[in-house]
Design a binder for this molecule. Structure first.
Ligand code: 6R9
Length: 655
């Protein structure tokens, strides 16, 4: 961390917006002034201007019971209506909503009228199955138009979706279905990934097996889209083909209004303990901030832009900046099913050229892996349509930032580095592309209407030029409303640390530069960030110790040139297993075990078989020391260890 800070301190390049960009930008500096004068009034204005309210709200923020906020509470709206019907009613039904590109190269254009029609039919199917207000629906799908339609249909009937990333295992899916008590699962037979069909329905079947032993009994039906054409097992009476039920349903469906605080979705994310947290978001405030930020940060002109956010809908970025923000804005966007390198390493740039993408939003890990392959690959495609570039998911190092701007943005497109979280629901810290003079590597400033600070352990502002903890000092419209089924954990995790100040603690370290701009420094807790995905050390450790060969395990996030951080595990094996197997063989077994239990992204890059772990006298594993080993550094201060000799034993074993 300290070498990173020193490095960032030397970063002094600046990029001012061009005169041409400023002239056409959606947002100007006046937004900051308006928000500063009357923060709540500012958000009320955005909510009224950007959304359709079936019943207008009179109250903006109710913060009488912190940290449980209510925004626009007496207003009523329908989220799906805002993303679909109103655009059709305004005469924009023929505008393309989704430019879908399948990994094998098949494609589909879906207009707003067509997407509305599909969502209305599916909404009728859902209601026919008894799914309505407050019911939970799990969505486990590839990146196909039906996935977006599924989210919007669930929202339309006032139910709550829980999208589970298609790369997660059957076990992870089962845990999420159980925790939310989902009544319905929407999935596909499979989707295309890395040149072949990756099955999904079998994982759903597995997750729903052993019925009777757990709340997954709650699932009554499974709707299956045919995409992969792979063979699937079928449970009569439970399973329904999308192509049988959706086209047969009526395309008439009137969107009913729901209160602004009606729950919209649960999205599970890793915390510092083993059990993923179901982050709960509601409707009016969430949609307001997702729509506003997509518009001003990405500078969306719905009539002319072709927008592409590469995130999967299984992550928050896919919720706010694939489904809700862009569709509420009436934008045209690319939806791409597959992986960036399939069938060739220029696949993304080919997609940009094919559709004339003008606004592109992706993660630093992807940028760094393209950097490694060399600039000649993107430069062999026509990227002249690109005019705004966004980054999200982890700190972007200045080298990657400058490469992104030079090569993909052809030294013309501004970059917005956007900091936010599953919990914040929408972008919180980012440049505005027509306003901010950008600095490579810094997210820089809170968006208008948002208040953040960098404070010390006591909650005091650290002042310019200093580092500390990032906090959010005022409630915001798209803030999480809680953790599903666990209000105490919500208070404890985010609000207890600075309870006397009423600050939200984000879990990130940050620094303020001489201008007062924010530079993010990474997590300060046991949460890792691998390729922009959050993983908890505890979750992987508990998976490792669940294997019969493992006695003890410790996991750290070690810095990695491509993925930001990589999972590195230190494992103590049971004697009996060491006798019968080679350490290399067991390490390989454990890697695939974690992949099966949690998902391939959680698979450790390295597993070191060791005989001891560094522990404090109170038995806490000192991951900091293991991180030193994993990153090949000299091991730091070991004085608080119960046995100070242990680190030299471990270092020797790792070599
Ligand atoms: C949107 C998303 C949240 C964590 C967050 C932070 C890291 C995200 C970042 C960033 C530095 C950025 N993070 N964006 N760090 N600069 N622009 O990624 O949500 O998956 O919940 O992760 O990601 O550490 O706390 P989520």
């Amino acid at each position: 961390m300290s070498s990173q800070i020193d490095h960032l301190l030397n970063e002094t390049r600046h990029f001012a917006p061009s005169r041409e960009f400023v002239a056409q930008a959606v947002a100007g500096a006046d937004l900051y002034d308006r928000a500063k004068v009357d923060r709540e009034g500012f958000w009320a204005e955005q909510a009224r201007e950007l959304l359709h309210w079936h019943k207008p709200f009179t109250e903006v923020l109710d913060w009488s019971n912190p940290p449980f906020a209510q925004w626009f509470a007496d207003g009523e709206l329908n989220v799906s209506y805002n993303c679909l019907d109103r655009h059709v009613e305004a005469g924009n039904g023929d505008r393309v909503a989704l430019l879908w590109e399948g990994e094998p190269g098949d494609d589909r254009r879906v207009t707003y009228a067509e997407l509305t029609d599909e969502v209305k039919r599916l909404a009728n199917v859902l209601e026919g199955l008894g799914i309505g207000h407050g019911d939970r629906v799990a969505i486990y799908m590839p990146m196909i138009p039906e996935a977006v339609a599924a989210m919007l249909a669930v929202a339309r009937v006032g139910a709550i979706h829980s999208v589970v990333f298609g790369g997660f295992s059957a076990d992870s899916l089962r845990a999420r279905i159980d925790d939310a008590g989902a009544r319905l699962v929407i999935t596909a037979d499979g989707g295309w990934r890395k040149g072949k069909v990756s099955p999904l329905k079998p994982a759903v079947d597995q997750a729903l097996a052993d019925r009777g032993s757990g709340p997954q009994e709650s699932v009554e039906h499974v709707i299956v889209v045919k995409r992969g054409e792979n063979e699937v097992a079928w449970v009569e009476g439970r399973d329904l083909w999308w192509h049988d039920v959706v086209p047969a349903a009526s395309a008439d469906h009137t969107a009913q209004p729901f209160p602004a605080e009606n729950p919209l979705f649960i999205l599970y994310t890793s915390g510092t303990t083993g059990k993923p947290k179901g982050i709960l978001h509601t409707s009016g405030g969430y949609l307001t901030q997702a729509t506003f930020t997509n518009r001003v940060v990405h500078d969306i002109h719905p009539e002319t832009d072709v927008y592409w956010c590469t995130a999967d809908i299984g992550w928050i970025t896919g919720h706010s900046y694939v489904t809700y923000g862009p569709l509420a804005n009436g934008a045209t966007q690319v939806l791409y099913e597959g992986t960036p390198e399939t069938p060739h390493p220029g696949r993304w740039w080919e997609v940009i050229e094919k559709y004339g993408v003008s606004v592109f939003y992706t993660a630093p890990t992807a940028i760094r892996s393209f950097m490694k392959l060399g600039r000649q690959i993107p430069q062999s495609f026509d990227l002249s349509s690109v005019r705004v570039l966004g980054s999200v998911g982890e700190p972007i190092n200045p080298e990657a930032w400058v490469w992104y701007r030079d090569v993909i943005g052809e030294d013309r497109a501004p970059i917005v580095d956007t900091w936010w979280q599953t919990e914040t629901g929408a972008i919180m810290i980012s440049a505005l592309p027509g306003v901010t003079v950008t600095k490579p590597g810094a997210a820089q400033v809170a968006v208008p209407g948002i208040s953040v600070d960098v404070v010390d352990e006591a909650g005091e502002h650290v002042g310019t030029g200093n580092g500390g903890l990032l906090v959010i000092t005022e409630p915001w419209p798209s803030m999480l409303r809680g953790i599903w089924g666990d209000p105490e954990r919500f208070v404890e995790t985010y609000w207890e640390k600075f309870a006397d100040k009423g600050f939200y603690f984000a879990g990130d370290g940050a620094r303020l530069d001489e201008d007062g701009d924010v530079w993010l420094m990474g997590r300060v807790d046991d949460v890792m960030n691998v390729s922009g995905h959050r993983l908890s050390t505890a979750e992987i450790e508990s998976s490792l110790v669940a294997h019969e060969a493992t006695a003890e395990a410790a996991v750290v996030g070690a810095s990695d040139e491509t993925t930001g951080q990589a999972v590195v595990a230190f494992v103590i094996l049971k004697e009996s297993f060491l006798k019968a197997h080679t350490p290399d063989g067991l390490a390989a077994q454990l890697r695939s075990w974690v992949g099966e239990q949690i998902g391939p992204i959680a698979r450790p890059r390295d597993i070191y078989i060791v005989s001891e772990l560094p522990k404090t006298r109170s038995g806490k594993i000192m991951r900091r020391l293991l991180r030193d080993v994993a990153e090949g550094r000299e091991v730091g201060d070991t004085t608080t260890l119960a046995d100070t000799a242990v680190m030299s034993v471990i270092s020797a074993q790792v070599k």
